[in-house]
Design a protein around this ligand. Structure first.
Ligand SMILES: [Zn+2]
Length: 343
């Protein structure tokens, strides 16, 4: 079965100006790499569609939707980092809506997993605020769609962007229907995501944060997946896996100080493919978040697509298993053990 892809030049029309790192050229680089990707011929490129207001209203306040809609046709500075251009509102609707359709295609087994290569990114957008280059929280809207419109009860959101996805965490902090798992550099923007933030009320234990000290790379993040995410997920039994796939934890990235390689991201994707095969075959959908070194971003996206096709990074995963456990991961495991049997 085909891998589903959302990719279109329209996503370059969210114009953040000539000096912004979250720039249109990111997707130009990705599109160029997609053209050279040998799997392109077998992939299913999804038609685009805008998100409807009620789909975004599941995760955003009406005032936020109105504020972003009001940027239509003009330039607007929504916070010190986050700009909108005349077409940003329209493009942001297409990003969120097309991701929802990709999730539906995965649910209906029209595709075997997929990747939405869209901008603007989403995981910092809170119910009421655009921030961190994000207008609408695409992945949160997708999770809410799977719960509300498709009747699912357990959605796993994995966020491997170098920054903590404060918006996604916020939206589902008190909700046990979404398990939010994030690896992120600590300290770093936006300053949220300590191990102690585990959710509240019904959602207590359903937020798992793994702050990683700067300089850690493939071994630590693979360990965070194999020693923490996988045992938690085996217990949680997700019906769908969404990924906030940022590539700013790459060794070459100018914003982060982590050391993940192209193959490291592929290893993470492979582990999620295997988890999905056990828990929810084919229901693994990634959505692009950060990643600001154009060449590293383009290579890593292709490496992840190749992992979805079945290419393996077993040597890298075995090497991480043999290495001493990262103290950052050990600390996060200790916290999660209050809620999950980790073996
Ligand atoms: Zn990021």
């Amino acid at each position: 079965m085909a891998i589903g892809i959302v990719a279109d030049p329209v996503f370059q029309q969210h114009d953040t100006g000539p000096y912004h790192c979250e720039c249109s050229e990111r997707l130009a680089a990705v599109d160029q790499a997609l053209n050279a990707w040998p799997g392109r011929g077998q992939a299913l490129f999804m038609p685009l569609r805008p998100a409807r207001e009620e789909e975004l209203a599941r995760v955003h306040h009406p005032s936020h939707l109105a504020r972003i809609a009001a940027t239509k046709g003009r330039m607007a500075q929504l916070d010190p980092d986050t700009a909108a251009s005349p077409r940003s509102f329209e493009v942001a609707l297409l990003a969120a809506g097309s991701l929802l359709d990709l999730c539906d295609a995965a649910l209906e087994q029209q595709v075997q997993g997929g990747f939405a290569l869209v901008r603007p990114p989403g995981h910092h957008a809170t119910p009421s605020r655009a921030m961190g280059f994000c207008l609408f929280n695409n992945v949160a809207a997708a999770a809410a769609h799977l719960l509300a419109a498709r009747g699912l009860k357990r959605v796993l959101v994995v966020d491997w962007d170098v920054h903590h996805g404060n918006g996604t965490e916020d939206i589902f902090f008190a909700d046990d229907r979404v398990l939010y798992f994030s690896t992120h550099q600590w300290p770093l923007y936006p300053g949220t995501g300590p191990v102690q933030a585990v959710g509240r009320g019904q959602g207590e234990g359903y937020t798992v944060n793994v702050p990683l000290s700067p300089g850690q790379g493939d071994e630590a993040v693979i360990q965070a997946f194999s020693r923490l995410l996988l045992p938690v997920a085996q217990e949680y039994k997700p019906q769908f896996i969404l990924v906030s796939a940022g590539f700013d934890a790459h060794a070459d990235d100018p914003l982060g100080s982590m050391r993940i390689t192209d193959q490291g991201f592929a290893a993470l994707a492979q582990m999620l493919v295997e988890l999905a095969a056990d828990a929810c075959p084919g229901r693994l959908v990634l959505s692009l978040e950060g990643g600001y070194d154009l060449a590293a971003l383009a290579r890593s996206v292709v490496a992840v697509l190749e992992a979805l096709e079945g290419q393996r990074q077993d040597a890298l995963i075995a090497q991480a298993a043999q290495a001493e456990l990262s103290p950052s991961v050990a600390k996060a495991r200790q916290m999660a053990q209050n809620y999950w049997p980790l073996g």
